[in-house]
Design a protein around this ligand. Sequence first.
Ligand code: QUE
Length: 333
Amino acid sequence: MSFIRTLIAHGVGEIILDRPQALNALDQTMVDEMLPILTNWADDPPVELVLVTSASDRAFCAGGDIRAIRDNAMSGDTAAITRYFSSEYRLDQLIANYPKPYVALIDGAAMGGGLGISVHGEIRVVTEKALIAMPETAIGFFPDIGATYFLPRLPAGIGMWLGLTGARIRGADAVTVGLATHFVPSDRLPAVADAIRSGAPLGDVLREHAEVPPPTDIPLSKIAAYFDDVSVPAIIGGLQGANDEWAQEQLALLAGASPTSLAVTARMLELGGQSSLDQCFDRELYAAEHITATTDFAEGVRAVLVDKDRNPGFDPASLDDVDAALVAKIVGE
Ligand code: QUE
């Protein structure tokens, strides 16, 4: 049973993500299939363009196979964890350096690992149904898949805001902040897909169908005011000092996150802002191996994905009690 389907026609190599019961979450077998397919297509003249689509009408890709990683962490199978993240990040790096146009059509959830197989590509088309997020701090993990490279390069504070709070943004807002490149209304996305599949020039297809995204309702100036910082205590202090409903909502999101994950995320984004993409992936692999060994990771995945009680007992429960030595160890300092 494979969760990846492929087609080649009219110069287009298409990968269809088809694991709808798990919102196309990327498991080891999907990564293991996508890597050689994309590697071969890079040098295969009949493929002039790669198109990645989803067979699910709810999700492009909800993330990685976090449940399996938790099982491996709890049984001590660190080799399986290293294998998973190193192959997933290799796939993301291949996409980042892809020698041909790589086009992702995002008409539903694209989170975590789902952004890894889309954001690094040249063209990311989103609709009003796209829901974009890096929600890892809620599960005791951190924004990986190259996010420590691309988040710090978004407009002021946006990357730290997305990475710390796990805020979900809509397709139009993803274009506004630069995570997506083109906005197409959902009811026209099938026409876009069919035009690309028929070999029509990509530029013509996008010119015909892409629209200026509807105006954003994310508060860019507040995000710049509160989140353009690398210190979680300073960010929280600023939000607490604001007499503002939006600031209270952000504090509630941060209160649901693992305090250790918040500290790790802030430091990883700070370091990533000064690092190459390759350096970011190397650092992320090291951090992924270490953070998955923490009790917060097992507990966060339990609360969000296994028992779904959404009531994790993170330890420590307060940012004040985060172990700086543990953060440094996870980050590799
Ligand atoms: C953080 C994550 C993930 C998440 C939730 C988080 C993630 C992931 C999934 C997910 C969602 C639905 C599924 C599934 C997985 O949720 O990576 O199999 O059906 O894959 O807060 O990083």
